[in-house]
Write a protein that binds this ligand. Structure first.
Ligand code: AP5
Ligand code: MG
Length: 239
């Protein structure tokens, strides 16, 4: 087995749509020095590029329903095999179903990772809707902004690209995304053992939330040992 576990920083960031996963994943990635893997961003890029996958998932994204597990599972597992993930990663928006979580458990075990710390961002449903209706995103890198609080910002402060509203940030689709979350994602609270799960308040300033997440992702908590993998299966072969 490859020993990629020592000193790795593997984090799963979960929470309601609009709880700040994307905002905080980037910050946590910088702090930990590991890449962010966002399935929502990945799927939106495919839609924008008009690829076959993009055409397949566009309807689901527009309606706020989850795309099929198999479409995201293999893509995430393939990404986790890349060398830049060897020291860890921050997963944003994956897993989203119990079946995805089970697949990820196997994938990480086969790749020799420690079980990740799971950080659950908690924000009230009322605040969520206000945030999503007020969100702008960079059309190039996906970084998020607030239409009012971030003042005059109309281009991304990082790459200068135009900001836009996301197609799924409208009241009907937000309602469906919240429903999908309760139906498919909330059960993950039972999937992960309490020893790996931290609930973190997602309210207050983004800096406050980032500080809480850094504390909750403390290095010691990221190195809980896992039994050595005995299976020779690759992720792709392990469903
Ligand atoms: P995805 O892109 O993951 O959407 P989501 O889960 O609905 O989450 P959001 O991106 O809307 O919110 P966020 O938590 O990232 O919040 P953000 O940081 O932007 O998925 C989109 C779609 O793709 C899904 O509906 C599904 O179809 C598909 N999909 C994705 N993953 C899938 C999977 N694993 N399986 C199947 N299908 C999948 O913040 C929101 C706003 O709040 C921003 O304006 C931000 O500036 C602001 N904000 C952030 N922090 C604060 C704060 N502390 N105070 C005030 N405002 C704040
Ligand atoms: Mg996001």
């Amino acid at each position: 087995m490859r020993d990629r576990r020592r000193g790795t920083a593997a984090v799963i960031l979960l929470g309601l749509p609009g709880s700040g996963k994307g905002t905080q994943a980037l910050r946590l990635s910088e702090t930990l020095g590991v890449p962010t893997l966002s399935t929502g961003e990945m799927l939106r890029r495919e839609v924008d590029a008009g690829t076959r996958l993009g055409r397949m998932v566009r309807g689901s994204l527009d309606q706020g329903v989850l795309v099929g597990d198999e479409l995201v599972n293999e893509a995430v597992c393939a990404r986790l095999r890349q060398p830049d993930c060897a020291r860890g990663f921050v997963l944003d928006g994956y897993p989203r179903t119990v079946a995805q979580a089970q697949f990820l458990d196997k994938c990480l075990k086969n790749l020799g990772f420690w079980p990740p710390r799971v950080l659950w961002l908690e924000v009230s449903a009322e605040e969520i809707t206000a945030r999503l209706l007020n969100r702008l995103e960079c059309s190039a890198c996906g970084r998020t902004y607030r239409a009012t609080e971030d003042g005059q910002a109309r281009v991304c402060e990082v790459d200068g690209a135009a900001l836009r509203h996301r197609a799924d940030d409208n009241p009907d689709v937000i309602r469906e995304r919240l429903r999908q979350y309760q139906l498919n994602t909330a059960p993950l609270l039972e999937h992960y053992p309490a020893s790996r799960l931290r609930r973190v308040s997602g309210t207050g300033t983004a800096e406050d939330v980032a500080r809480r997440l850094r504390e909750a992702a403390g290095n010691r908590s990221l190195t809980v040992p896992v039994q050595a993998a005995t299976s020779g299966l690759s992720c792709a072969a392990s469903q």
